[in-house]
Design a protein around this ligand. Sequence first.
Ligand code: CAA
Length: 262
Amino acid sequence: MTSEKLILKEMKNDSVALLKINRPKALNALNVEVLKELYNELQEIEKDETVKCVIITGSGEKAFVGGADIGSMKDMDTVEARKFSEFGNEVMTYIENLKIPVIAAINGYALGGGLELALSADIRIASENAKFGTPEINLGIFPGFGGTQRLPKIVGLHKAKELIFTGEIITAEDAKEANLINKVVKQEELMEVVTKMASKIASKSSIPLKLAKQVINRGYEEPIETGSLMETSSFSVCFSTEDQKEGMEAFLENRKPTFKDK
Ligand code: CAA
């Protein structure tokens, strides 16, 4: 890892990559440079067939991401703000649709654009000290990296509106209660728990993992009939793979499967 980089990449093992946002002094705030570097790293990871799960976290003990960079937004005009929001949304949607699963390891404040980043991940695990919110309303704006769209789907319209309209910051326990995150763990255990989960996911065959993510994401927006059709098509594709044969043979022979991602 080199200290100048805005995104630090580390392999936790052969198939799990960790991306760490590296602006701890600014609570890892997202400016265009951070977003670009994150985007580039994710594109590289997606090209690398050996990586089967990605973890995103923040540097330092205080913040996952404190939001979009307020200093860089302050003097934006409408055109610049539109570009910034479009690019932020593009990166968040890219993360949401990344072929492989993404886990957000939320190690502190996840506010504004930081919460929106976490919402783009497939799974959110937070440490006890984490805090969540969309305080944009206090700055005379509202969420611009997909928060108005993803938050209601995750916590329901009423809770999303409460958070967005009040700008209130809530604890990890309250976030769990609101269904905003999957799990809360002790601060010192966060990376261990997340790495363990990522490694478990990465030990599965990449083919059903990718297909399941695609079907869940695409089907979620569709009527059940369309979603079921997508499910059936992708489910049946699994039966053309060596891993399906191996998985079922291993079960019947009472042994652990060895998947080859084929
Ligand atoms: N942008 C730029 N800098 C930020 C930042 C942000 N979102 N969040 C924190 N920082 C900076 C602070 O300015 C401070 O810098 P200096 O040391 O140079 O003064 C440093 O990080 C440490 O922060 P604080 O001293 O404020 O730390 P604290 O413990 O007193 O407070 C906090 C922590 C409550 C999270 C506070 O920093 C805060 O309120 N941050 C802003 C949160 C916010 O409003 N986020 C939404 C941004 S807008 C957005 O995200 C729009 C969008 O959807 C696209």
